[in-house]
Write a protein that binds this ligand. Structure first.
Ligand SMILES: [Zn+2]
Length: 525
């Protein structure tokens, strides 16, 4: 089945991780886990962006060296990924020695190809935002458009990348590869941006020293995107390990927030073309979260802390919610009320209750021993198999493309269909009327459907899928399940003795006044 290389952006190490960081990284984890299920050789990369003036200044304030300072910040990201069950293959840091080497190497490649030259940079600089602006970007009174603070005028020697030279080549890339940028409306934004004309890009600075030195001029450090984007190459062996590079490069999917799409879909392919390397296959930009309809900001004290949500409501509940509540690619709104509604309505009721009632009926009618199916007695007995297989096929098409909410919607339609199947085939009536062979078939189909659901939900909710598998008494760990076991219906072994029932997702009560969460005393799913 080949390989699959998926990345998150590297996160700026000075930021506190919020729901946006968790969103991209869980998305990449779902895609990585699903591609492993497809039997692919997966490489999943995440990490931290650690250079720049802001870091240098923050370290000085604390009386630390920049490296000591970033070393002290990395663990919070690693702890969050551990809590959220992120199965990355490498956590890259832009201070890693192999990355420094890769950045200097690609710089020299572009330089030798005539795409980097020394010039002079003039602009307005906001120190806290670490961003240069042109005069027309500034707010009235020469203020930073991002934070509203005062900016300073700067003029310095800088190396430039000849981005202007790549305008036509980039437009050709977008035209020949309509899948290169997703979602489609974002693709149109990028195409329009490039059509307006590209300016050469300043890629070095002399005003601070915390960065990767320009190999031909020690006065300069390489600036932001040229350093950061190269991490995707470093991690797959660039420049020395050709075998590894050929194996994993180009990346199959870069996941990014919409605010950094331009850098990934314009700068990055231009750098790669200049260095004579293939461009990534796809860049998928997701939207932003608001909170109760408002933009997240420190001043409003409404920043959603992913540690807190996962610890209070459950890791899988949080992972599920992010891709169920909002169509991946669009902006969305977070609220605890909506999270609770999804948990109680969909996880406890639709899914948890489906497992529980299936196992209870199996216990009641067959002493928890799975009967062999005795044929098809009803159109629905055939339909449930077709639905299961069709759902697998659709999910295979959707997840590797980054269409995580559409795939989850397909899975949920199947969950609803199984509930509908049970209601319509009414095992209790079959039992009452003594239609024993038919009851065997229906019970078998119910349990076999649960096996499919477990496999398909595993990438979204790995811990819960493990619990589901243990209810079905399947010994093989879910992370070792592979697609070939789902190419045909009938994988559950008849005669297997299943669990007698179990609560997968307790119903919860949430108190918006205190923020307290507890298990609901009433009905459980
Ligand atoms: Zn600013």
């Amino acid at each position: 089945m080949g390989k699959f290389y998926v990345t998150t952006p590297i996160y700026y190490v000075n930021d506190k991780p919020h729901i946006g960081h968790a969103y991209t990284t869980v998305a990449a984890d779902i895609i990585a886990r699903f591609n492993r299920f497809l039997g692919r050789d997966v490489f999943f990369l995440t990490g931290t962006d650690e250079h720049g003036q802001k870091i240098q200044q923050a370290a000085e304030k604390k009386g630390m060296s920049p490296k000591e300072f970033v070393d002290s910040l990395v663990p919070v990201f690693k702890d969050l990924w551990k809590l959220l069950n992120i199965s990355y293959d490498r956590f890259i840091r832009t201070t890693d020695p192999d990355h420094v080497k890769a950045v200097q190497h690609i710089f020299m490649k572009c330089y030798e190809n005539g795409d980097i030259y020394l010039g002079e940079y003039e602009g307005w600089y906001c120190i806290p935002c670490e961003t240069y602006y042109t005069e027309k970007d500034l707010l009235e009174g020469k203020l930073c458009p991002a934070c509203g603070r005062e900016v300073t005028k700067v003029k310095e020697e800088s190396y430039f990348f000849r981005l202007s030279k790549y305008q036509e080549k980039l437009l050709k890339l977008y035209e020949e590869n309509p899948d290169f940028i997703a979602p489609e409306f974002r693709r149109n934004e990028v195409v329009n941006f490039v059509k307006q004309g590209l300016k050469d890009l300043s890629i070095s600075r002399t005003s601070f020293s915390w960065g990767i030195p320009v190999p031909i001029n020690e006065k300069h450090v390489i600036y932001v995107w040229f350093d950061a984007l190269t991490n995707y190459l470093t991690a797959v062996g660039y420049p020395d390990d050709e075998e590894r590079l050929n194996r994993y490069w180009p990346a199959d999917l870069h996941l990014v927030g919409k605010d950094i799409l331009r850098f990934h879909a314009v700068y990055w392919p231009a750098f790669l073309m200049s260095a004579g390397l293939p461009v990534p296959k796809r860049v998928f930009a997701h939207g932003w979260w608001t909170v109760n309809g408002e933009k997240m900001s420190k001043s409003k004290r409404n920043v959603i802390n992913p540690f807190e949500v996962a610890e209070k409501f459950g890791v899988d509940q949080f992972r599920f919610f992010m891709f169920r509540e909002v169509s991946f690619g669009l902006d969305g709104d977070f609220s605890f009320e909506k999270l609770v509604q999804r948990i109680n309505g969909e996880l406890a009721n639709d899914l948890g209750n489906l497992f529980n009632r299936t196992l209870s009926m199996l216990k009641k009618y067959r002493g928890s021993k799975l009967p062999a199916p005795k044929g098809e007695f009803d159109e629905l007995d055939a339909k449930i198999k077709r639905k299961a297989n069709a759902t697998v096929e659709k999910v295979i098409e959707l997840i590797p493309k980054g269409e995580l909410s559409k795939a989850l919607d397909e899975i949920w339609q199947f969950v609803s269909f199984v509930n509908f199947y049970i209601d319509r085939r009414a095992p209790w009536t079959l039992r009452k009327e003594g239609r024993d062979e038919e009851l065997d078939t229906v019970l078998y189909n119910m349990v076999e459907s649960l096996r499919f659901i477990t496999a398909l939900l595993y990438p979204y909710m790995p811990n819960s899928a493990e619990k589901m598998a243990s209810l079905l008494k399947i010994k093989k760990p879910v992370n070792e399940w592979r697609i070939k076991e789902f190419s045909s219906w009938g994988g559950m072994e008849p005669e297997a003795e299943l669990e007698k029932g179990g609560i997968l997702f307790p119903r919860i009560e949430y108190d918006p006044e205190t923020g307290n969460v507890r298990e609901a005393k009433t009905k459980k799913g």
